[in-house]
Design a protein around this ligand. Sequence first.
Ligand SMILES: [Zn+2]
Ligand SMILES: [Zn+2]
Length: 221
Amino acid sequence: MSECLLCKQGMKESLRFVDILLFKKMEAQVCLSCRAAFVPKTEEACPSCSKSGSSEVCQDCRYWEKLGLSVDHKSLYDYTDEMAAYFNQYKFQGDYLLRKVFAKELKLYLSAYSDYTLVPIPLGPKRLAERGFNQVEGILEAAGLTYQPLLGKMDTQRQSEKSRKERLEAEQFFYLLEEKPLPEKIILIDDIYTTGASIQLAKRILMKNGKKRIKSFSIAR
Ligand SMILES: [Zn+2]
Ligand SMILES: [Zn+2]
């Protein structure tokens, strides 16, 4: 009997034989009750960024559009208390096994974009040294997905300590790791999407180096 990564309870093998055949290398990592606490996105979400609540384009996206910036973002889950607790345990308590929790969903979703290059949002050097790993790269590796770390990030103040206005006015803190031609189609991958400021900055640096098709993705929004 395997153990749930989140509540550490033993899990009964509840998979049907066909599931075992399909996902034999990706057995369940989380028990059904922990899994059920996460809220998957529904149709009631912003078509541009997956913000839940309404199927109209949300205020955050309209804000970016007014600045002439497009949003093409998809998230799989709502950013609920349970999701916050998950990321806290994974990122700040450093429980690296938790990178596997959303591996299956991630692989399934991104398999539709096999012609895109996956580019994880980087951490600044200080944060990376504190944490010991990039949480986005961890999740991609757990899903068996290949990615290209094209971006670097300078150390900055914690985003949450800044107001949104300050964030938007903040200077660019991403940079290209190498001066080389970029892939034409890119999906920027992040863990959590808040207002979209980080994604817009990362997108800007890629766009400056050639007009590309850039989508973005996060586990939670
Ligand atoms: Zn559990
Ligand atoms: Zn939106």
